[in-house]
Design a protein around this ligand. Structure first.
Ligand SMILES: Cc1cc2nc3c(=O)[nH]c(=O)nc-3n(C[C@H](O)[C@H](O)[C@H](O)COP(=O)(O)OP(=O)(O)OC[C@H]3O[C@@H](n4cnc5c(N)ncnc54)[C@H](O)[C@@H]3O)c2cc1C
Length: 387
């Protein structure tokens, strides 16, 4: 595809830059209020708050180049934090498989960032082999509600979520993939218990969620009973594309170069060291290749296609690149990267370096482990068959 910017694209880029500069968070401004207002203002620009949503649901209908510009500009500007669970993962499922009532009920709140969603897929014995999930949903005799019992694990931000979209088992007969049903469950109700899991980097972002006899109205089922696997697979492709973080890595690599240039080594800086320079150069080449894969993915999305197996290439390469950036940041920060809290020793950029590095180990696990992405690429991109 052609990524030379046309005069119209350059005008769009200026418009985006002006919007981002004008509405950046100002020191002292209440963050929560600013964040919600930022999305409102972005919405008033014509769907800039939901760039990836289709036009019929309010999206801006951008060309691939416009998406590319937006990704790059927002990666380097100060934009509010946003969660993918409702906006980029559940919303496309509701648009494709939800009924009109569900779309009207859930999409506006997702758009306005009013509700937090979490993703209830993984279970203690169902991660890579997700179809092995056992959380049981039993339909009542009068067909009005399901009763759900089981345990979800690694549920990111379940402790602040209002709702969970959940894969449940409604049948044990036939292939494992066939008896799975996609349910939307409010978190704040009897029978749901959330227990924190503290990860390697010392953070509380993931949880164990126990569901015991949780009553879920049948209106909260997305699509048909037993077809949840089909919906879940589409959602995973959206998740993987989003996790690659290519634009953010481009900005991070640029920052890393600047940081390395401030680290004294002999008569020069770390940036003059051939070994470190070589690692940066390898990273840059891989990042460029990943950027072009992302552009191909954007181009097919703009033509109305769902993300395909290229989302696995992006997830695989994009997350490895993010880990390499974290590793090189720790290398640049040296022992000061190990300092926790408010230590003022060493370079400012080094603070929290080790925490970031340890947390980044999860990037190649969640959203589907790297080995699993390699399987998808081998089968669906390279056409290899199991021997
Ligand atoms: C920080 C974090 C956040 C997460 N957030 C969520 C969330 O919000 N919601 C949610 O539902 N889940 C979440 N997960 C779960 C995540 O999706 C799973 O951890 C992941 O799918 C791997 O499953 P597992 O942990 O059961 O490992 P396993 O599937 O047991 O895998 C163990 C190892 O075996 C390898 N392996 C497995 N199968 C194969 C195979 N067929 N071929 C080759 N190698 C294989 C894996 O690559 C891995 O190295 C999160 C995980 C983490 C770490």
């Amino acid at each position: 595809m052609d990524i030379d910017l046309s005069p119209a694209d350059i005008a769009f880029q200026s418009d985006v830059r002006a919007f981002l500069a004008e509405n950046a968070h100002k020191p002292g401004e209440d963050y929560a209020a600013w964040r919600l207002n930022w999305f409102k203002l972005a919405g008033e620009k014509g769907g800039w708050d939901i760039p990836k949503w289709p036009v019929e649901f309010g999206g801006p209908g951008w060309t691939p180049t416009q998406h590319y510009i937006w990704e790059k500009e927002t990666a380097s500007a100060q934009t509010p934090w946003d969660l993918p669970f409702g906006l980029s993962m559940l919303a496309p499922v509701l648009m494709n498989y939800g009924n009109a009532e569900q779309q009207q009920r859930f999409l506006p709140d997702i758009r306005e960032r009013k509700v937090n969603w979490c993703q209830g897929y993984s279970e203690p014995n169902a991660g890579s082999d997700l179809a092995n999930l056992k959380t049981k949903a039993t339909l009542s005799e009068d067909g009005t509600h399901y009763t759900v019992t089981g345990t979800k694990i690694w549920t990111t931000l379940a402790h602040i979520a209002d709702w969970i979209f959940c894969l449940t088992r409604t049948s044990d007969s036939g292939k494992k993939q066939e008896g799975i049903t996609f349910l939307l469950i409010p978190m704040k109700q009897e029978g749901i218990e959330v227990k924190p899991i503290i990860t390697l980097g010392g953070a509380h972002s993931v949880n164990m969620v126990h569901l015991t006899d949780v009553r879920v109205p049948v209106e909260n089922r997305v699509g048909e009973e037993g077809k949840g696997w089909t919906y879940a697979k589409g959602l995973l492709a959206h998740e993987r594309t989003g996790l690659a973080g290519i634009s953010r890595s481009l900005v991070a690599l640029e920052n890393l170069r600047k940081q390395a240039a401030t680290v004294q080594r002999g008569n020069g800086t770390l940036l003059d060291e051939p070994g470190y320079r070589a690692k940066l150069a390898e990273l840059e080449v891989d990042l460029l290749a990943a950027e072009y894969t992302e552009l191909r993915s954007l181009a097919s999305a703009a033509n109305g296609s769902e993300p395909g197996p290229e989302s696995s290439i992006l997830k695989l390469k994009g997350t490895e690149i993010q880990q390499r950036i974290q590793k090189l940041t720790v290398e640049a920060g040296g022992i000061y990267s190990a300092a926790w809290g408010q230590s003022s020793a060493g370079h400012k950029f080094a603070r929290g370096g080790m925490t970031g590095y340890l947390s980044s180990r999860a990037y190649t696990i969640y959203g589907g482990a790297s080995e699993v992405q390699k399987d998808v690429v081998a089968k669906n991109v390279l056409g290899l068959r199991k021997s």
